[in-house]
Ligand binder design. Sequence first.
Ligand code: UT7
Length: 327
Amino acid sequence: MSKAAITGIHGYVPDYVLTNAELERMVDTNDEWITTRTGIKERHILKGEGMGSSHMGAKAVAGLLEKTNTKPEEVDLLICATTTPDYIFPCTANLISDMVGIRNVGGFDIQAACSGFLYALTVGTQFIESGKYRKVVVVGADKMSAITDYTDRTTCVLFGDGAGAVLLEPNDDGYGVLDSIIRSDGSGQQHLFQKAGGSRYPPSHETVEKRWHYVYQDGPSVFKFAVKNMADVSAEIMERNHLAGDDVAWLVPHQANKRIIDATANRMGINTNKVMMNIHKYGNTTAATIPLCLFDYESQLNKGDNLVLAAFGGGFTWGAAYVKWAY
Ligand code: UT7
């Protein structure tokens, strides 16, 4: 059975940079608190009327196709992980496909909050392994600024906007996504969610007044679950693939909080210089964090490197993947 190898990666963040200094002028916060509690210094924000996650996803996919010399008509499937779709329907994958000229193929969104990219990668991998498709594009795109309350200091300092995309192709030489684990626990839903806008609480004057269209997070509760589950699932995927800390070239963690990342690396026995980190410049971009890490570190990756991807997010959802880098 062929494995699904990542054969290209591209990322995109919008131009506008929201710094900790600017946030200090918006809410009662300070650079010292944000930096020591989260590791974030700045984040990119998508400005402009009528611009959604698809805008950033399309930029990432267009760059990916160009880089990998892939024509839109060669793509068999496009999957988009997003928590901030342009619309409730149609799905953002369709919008991205249209923007880059991919037509007449399947496309759908996956909603698994901050674990979305890991989930989408796992799903995309199945289509390659089964032999059904040969070129699958997996995108993570989120415009978190669209659902961030910039009067709430407990959440507005955390999030940023961005997108990243990978191309998956069959590989018979032992490279690619060799294993993955996806998990969820719905009992954690009330700790991190957007209360209104869906079918349970459709938009109304009341939902807007109550600010229910923004991200709500009980930070300390999420922190506790994230530290435990991201570390546990990373240790589990290493154990079942007989990987020791020294065998892992890179940990590629979801970028929600530097302290969660450090705890995961510590549990895996991985030195901090082998941990991909870009939270300081992008903040938490939800489904885009992992592909943006791979994009930023692409030049430092070598064929055969063992990567462990790990994420935790709202839902709760979490997971890990073991990837042998293919180029
Ligand atoms: O990506 C999906 C999964 N999400 C995560 O993994 C996020 C997990 N949670 C976290 O990363 C952390 O809980 C936060 C970074 C969100 C918060 O850090 P914390 O160390 O858990 O702080 P806290 O919420 O316990 O707040 C400590 C204090 C509080 O003040 P009091 O009650 O002690 O007086 C907060 O009101 O810090 C205060 N605070 C702030 N102060 C300055 C909260 N936000 C801010 C702020 N600036 N922006």
